[in-house]
Design a protein around this ligand. Structure first.
Ligand code: LLP
Length: 442
């Protein structure tokens, strides 16, 4: 069965009676006029649809905890929607902890990850009752135990391990291979467990955690990961007489950025995971563990598009034609950082015949600020509205103020209604953290 992450465009995308693109019943040109551009638009129906896919796909294994990896996009409206679908949250900073907390999420359904969590972040996590902390290294084990002791608490933890699996994705977003900054090497787990049992008495170990990478298309790799994790759990239970019963396999399921991308269906991935898990439960003779999964990109990417206004254009004599938009690398760093490819259409001319091949350039002072290297459009005029697809994940969350440009607004659309969920930054916002020492006042 197909799942929502296999769609390149939001599920409610249509050409409407004005011959414009619409999403969630909202005309994209009207949204651009009302809220300005660049504008992130999120389709609530698409978010809820992928959440339902995940829930249905994993029905056959009732002991599952879905944790949305909020690093993909963390705003209070988004966390509210995803919490209402029954998901918990994987968080990696005080900012993400605070966002989910302030949106009213039950903090016992939150899991704190990261390779260098600070004292303040760990203290906040314990104070707010975060359900699990995935401990990444020996330094953190000792630090966390100290903080837990000082607050007179016992903290529930997983150990993050590096399973030694290489997946075929961009080098920067591979994480499970052996020479990685994340997690304990398999050869270090016993020492970590001994320390927890003998020295760190304010920590309670529940299981193991791994994450093998992001934008993954291979499904069998999850089976390999599960085999390694279950084997380790069985071994540790036996060796240390423990009852570890939690297994977190991370996130990583890919999405369709271009027509050439073939991400797997969540249903197929879930089947592989569940079959392999059941097989390993028998093989290694363990009780069925609680399974955690942490999808980020696949939950939110497809629901999002970014609208830009086309401004200047330039034909290089005997060369390429460049069209420039009013955003670029500060609202979407992925093309320059990972050579990521995107598909786009003109929202006001979706049906017109394709006429010209162009490069879509951003407005930032850097030659590398190119959003799309090669795309065909109808005849382009200044003021056309460009709709770039699949920008829901890792766009706003990696946005910057490069060139002191304000971060765009974000609107949520559903049933012909649009609501601001992130206000556009203002010029005053940009200088709001600046200070001028007295001696420098002009
Ligand atoms: N769990 C852990 C421990 C992770 O490190 C990540 C992502 C996830 C879950 C969620 O992975 P997802 O389902 O979103 O693939 N900025 C990059 C992606 C970095 C992903 C980092 N970790 C990008 O724009 O492609």
């Amino acid at each position: 069965m197909n799942s929502t992450n296999q769609s390149l465009k939001p599920l409610t995308l249509k050409i409407n009676k004005n011959s414009n693109l619409e999403i969630g019943g909202c005309d994209l040109i009207e949204l651009a006029e009302k809220y300005g551009t660049p504008l992130y638009v999120l389709d609530e129906h698409t978010i809820r649809s992928i959440c339902k896919d995940y829930k249905d796909a994993f029905k056959a294994y009732p002991k599952v905890n879905m944790m949305y990896a909020s690093k993909a996009l963390c705003t209070m409206a988004v966390t509210s929607i995803i919490a209402s679908e029954g998901f918990g949250f994987d968080v990696v900073s005080a900012g993400e902890i605070y966002t989910v907390y302030k949106s009213g999420v039950n903090m016992s359904k939150v899991l704190f990850n990261g390779n260098n969590k600070s004292v303040d972040e760990l203290s906040l996590a314990i104070k707010l009752g975060v359900g699990r902390i995935s401990v990444d290294n020996f330094f953190e084990l000792s630090l966390l135990n100290e903080i837990a002791k000082s607050q007179n608490k016992t903290v529930d933890i997983l150990l993050r391990i590096t399973p030694g699996i290489e997946c075929h994705t961009h080098e920067y977003i591979q994480t499970g291979h052996l020479d990685s900054k994340f997690g304990f090497d398999l050869t270090q787990i016993d020492e970590a467990v001994e320390l927890i049992l003998n020295n760190y008495t304010n920590l309670k170990l529940h299981g193991l955690h791994a994450h093998i990478g992001s934008q993954i298309f291979e499904t069998s790799i999850y089976g390999d990961e599960i085999e390694i994790l279950v084997k380790e759990i069985a071994r540790l239970n036996k060796k240390f007489d423990l009852q570890l019963d939690e297994l977190n396999i991370g996130g990583g399921i890919g999405v369709k950025y271009t027509e050439d991308d073939c991400p797997p269906s969540v249903y197929d991935v879930a089947e592989i995971i569940i079959n392999k898990l059941n097989e390993c439960i028998e093989k290694y003779k363990i009780e069925a563990p609680v399974l955690f999964i942490e999808p980020g990109r696949s939950i939110i990417s497809t629901s999002g598009v970014t609208l830009y206004t086309i401004g200047s254009s330039k034909q290089v004599p005997k060369g390429k034609k460049y069209i420039a938009v009013d955003g670029g690398m500060s609202d979407n760093i992925r093309p320059s950082m990972y050579q990521a490819e995107y598909v786009a259409e003109l929202a006001n001319k979706p049906q017109e015949e394709l006429k010209e091949k162009v490069v879509v350039a951003g407005r930032f002072c850097e030659s590398g600020d190119i959003l799309i290297k090669n795309i065909e459009f109808p005849e382009i005029e200044e003021g056309d509205i460009l709709c770039v697809y699949n920008t829901g994940a890792y766009n706003y969350s990696m946005a910057s103020n490069y060139n002191r440009v304000e971060k765009p607004a974000m609107v949520l659309v559903n049933n012909s209604q649009s609501d601001i969920i992130i206000n556009r930054e203002t010029l005053d916002d940009l200088i709001s953290h600046d200070e001028i020492p007295d001696r420098l006042h002009l």
